[in-house]
Design a protein around this ligand. Structure first.
Ligand SMILES: Cc1cc2nc3c(=O)[nH]c(=O)nc-3n(C[C@H](O)[C@H](O)[C@H](O)COP(=O)(O)O)c2cc1C
Length: 433
């Protein structure tokens, strides 16, 4: 497979406009500016490109939702990259900032947006500096600004740094933050395509999604759609971390086996260790086990297995790690990051941490595991945004798949504390939060 996003990724100077242009950069922009807007959206639809930020929604379809009317419209690039385990956008922005900028200009032109923003997570200082430099170069070259290359299309691009909050990666929380407010999610609908930034129609996409647009315009949507598998077209950047010997970002063709990624590319766990569980799409995806390693890595196969491709971040946990610690670490992150706006998320993440702490310290009984599972069920689908679900799905899956280990941990900890074995479980009233 030839690389699309990571093509020449480590070539010195590729972050500069000179080298990027010498390697064919900005030719897709010139091609796009000569095309009718609808034709670009059609190419995106035909390409089958699905959002790379987590939800996997068709980019072309989302772009087609932006009304055609001559009103203020916006394009926003989600560069918050806050999902634990995800670090692919970082490498793209650092090494190929112009490919993102070019993708943004083409996408803005396609939907008729004259103002665009990159919202980048606050911790990405180097990447923000590189992007600032690249934006200045693009302006200087006439790719941004008034009447771009005589097309009559004008575009302004502003980089905005966030202050480090997971919730500001959620698209409506991001928009509130961009407007200068506290980053809280909005009630949907209306969706950003109809009412987004400053209440104007807004196309919001992830860095990787937007950086894939120039190659699609260059090669044509139909050609791009030949890569990957049905319903999961193209290539994907996967960030592999955790207990593997070669952690890092890899560009794969969607549909290859997960084992090939975890073992073939990332080297698998250290000798003598085995995969206990893995998160296929960031820390918010339900966990899979060693039995699932031969699953094709694509949107549908992972969904059918009860999990999701998410942001494409694979976190591998080997048999040296206690599952209770994984669950507690996860839940603590989501409790810390919950914005507190809706009750199921605010209370649910807090009580889950409290209960897991009891499990860890040996104050719990196996009955508490039922209560933890029930709380997760009550969070899923009941929050203002999916931050609550992002904790409930993996924690629920850990309790369901590793219950014997949780129970053994509880009994061993009770023994150490001198509490004696727990009593057999009795029928529990359903806990309502
Ligand atoms: C709590 C939360 C955090 C999110 N964080 C990110 C993020 O850091 N980066 C991102 O691209 N999408 C993130 N998303 C998904 C966005 O809401 C949205 O789906 C995405 O920006 C759309 O772009 P795409 O269609 O190109 O994937 C997050 C969603 C939630 C609920």
């Amino acid at each position: 497979m030839s690389a699309i996003l990571f093509d020449r990724i480590d070539e010195p100077g590729l972050a500069t406009i000179d080298v990027y242009t010498r390697r064919g950069g900005y030719s897709a922009l010139k091609k796009a500016l000569a095309m009718p807007r609808e034709a670009i959206i059609e190419e995106l639809k035909v390409s089958g490109l699905r959002g790379r930020g987590g939800a996997g929604f068709s980019m072309g379809t989302k772009a087609s939702f932006i009304p055609g009317a001559e009103i203020d419209k916006y394009l926003v690039c989600n560069a918050d990259e806050s999902e634990p385990g995800t670090f692919k956008d970082r490498e793209l922005m650092q090494k190929k900032p112009h490919q993102l900028i070019e993708g943004m200009i083409i996408s803005a032109y396609a939907v008729g947006a004259n103002r665009s923003f990159i919202y980048i997570r606050g911790e990405y200082v180097l990447q923000a500096e590189m992007l600032e430099r690249a934006i200045a170069e693009a302006k200087q070259a006439g790719h941004l600004g008034e009447n771009i290359h005589g097309s009559g299309f004008s575009l302004d691009l502003v980089l905005q740094r966030g202050a480090g909050a997971y919730i500001c990666g959620e698209e409506t929380g991001l928009l509130d933050s961009l407007e200068g407010k506290r980053g809280n999610p909005r009630l949907k609908p209306p969706f950003p395509a109809n009412e987004g930034l400053y209440k104007g129609p807004t196309l919001i996409n992830n860095v990787e999604t937007l950086a894939t647009v120039p190659p699609i315009i260059e090669m044509g949507g139909a050609e791009y759609a030949k890569l990957g598998v049905e319903n999961s077209a193209g290539t994907k950047l996967v960030s592999v971390s955790g207990n593997v010997q070669r952690p890092g970002n890899y560009e794969i063709e969607l549909g290859i086996s997960s084992r090939e990624i975890i073992f073939g590319l990332a080297g698998g766990p250290e000798a003598g260790r085995s995969v206990k569980l893995w998160f296929p799409g960031g820390s918010s995806s339900p966990v899979l086990t060693a039995d699932d390693l031969d699953l094709p890595y694509d949107f549908d196969s992972l969904a059918k297995a009860g999990s999701m491709l998410g942001s494409g971040a694979i976190i591998v946990v080997d048999d040296s790690v206690r599952v209770v610690d994984v669950a507690l670490k996860l839940a603590s992150f989501y409790r810390h990051e919950s914005c507190g706006k809706c009750t199921p998320c605010r209370e649910g993440t807090n009580w889950t941490v409290n209960m897991l702490e009891r499990v860890q310290s040996g104050e719990a009984t196996p009955m508490d595991l039922d209560i933890i599972a029930s709380v997760q069920e009550q969070i899923i689908g009941n929050c203002l945004c999916v931050l609550g679900d992002a904790m409930a799905m993996p924690v629920g899956s850990l309790v369901a798949k590793f219950r014997p280990e949780f129970e053994a941990h509880i009994e061993a900890a009770r023994e150490r504390n001198g509490l004696g074995a727990s009593q057999p479980a009795v029928e529990q009233p359903v806990l309502t939060i």
